[in-house]
Design a protein around this ligand. Structure first.
Ligand code: SAM
Length: 199
């Protein structure tokens, strides 16, 4: 099932709405030979530049054939061979990846509506102990030129509540990602305590 309000505008316009380098810097990518997953890759706005900047193996999924096609073409044009693309409904089928097998999961602009918990459960399942799930979404404190209805955008407290009991620890890494986004990172840990904190 496609997440409601997850359709994309024209590619150049979409890409202009982010400071992609600033967001990748905030991710603090895991080291060499890491495995990174993006659920809902869209045009590859983040997948492609992060594959350029790291030697990680990247697995990326989207429910829309047109998105996979464009993202794959962008990767080919950049000469990249470290990304695996898969057309897949991750809400219905999960990622199909092994449990405890990846270092980082990106949930970018996809965690609105009630499916939040399903994506977070899948991220928690596939992450290794010590792996990170990084989430970005549209800010709700300012008017933004795109994004789902303000009342469906998640905030810190909603992400923490949706990830309760998933062994995902919030260590305070939440940030405004200018101009229009904010992000939060949670780390999987067998002893993780999910502390609700609103910055
Ligand atoms: C708003 S876009 C964000 C794309 C990318 N993460 C970014 O931030 O540039 C959300 C993407 O998730 C995809 N999507 C929606 N529901 C999905 C599902 N159930 N499984 C996999 N992908 C999905 C959409 O097709 C779309 O490409």
């Amino acid at each position: 099932m496609k997440v409601k309000d997850s359709g994309m505008p024209e590619e150049i316009y979409w890409n202009s709405l982010f400071d992609v380098d600033g967001i990748i810097e905030w991710l603090a990518l895991p080291g060499e030979a890491a495995k990174i997953v993006e659920i809902g890759c869209g045009y590859g706005t983040f997948t492609v530049p992060l594959a350029k900047q790291s030697a990680s193996e990247i697995y990326t999924f989207d429910i829309e054939p047109s998105m996979i096609e464009v993202a794959q073409r962008n990767a080919q044009e950049a000469g990249l061979s470290n990304i695996t693309f898969e057309l897949r409904d991750v809400l219905e089928q999960g990622t199909g990846l092994e449990s405890d097998s990846v270092d980082m999961v990106l949930l970018f602009n996809i965690l609105h509506f009630r499916e939040k918990r399903s994506f977070l459960e899948e991220a928690a399942r596939i992450l290794k102990d010590g792996g990170t799930v990084a989430i970005i979404h549209w800010r709700k404190d300012i008017a933004t030129p795109r994004g789902p209805a303000i009342n469906t955008r998640p905030d810190n407290a909603q992400i923490l509540s949706a990830s309760e009991d998933l062994m995902l620890d919030y260590g305070g890494n939440s940030k405004i990602l200018e101009p229009y986004h904010w992000g939060i990172q949670l780390v999987k840990g067998v002893t993780a305590i999910n502390r609700i904190r609103v910055d």
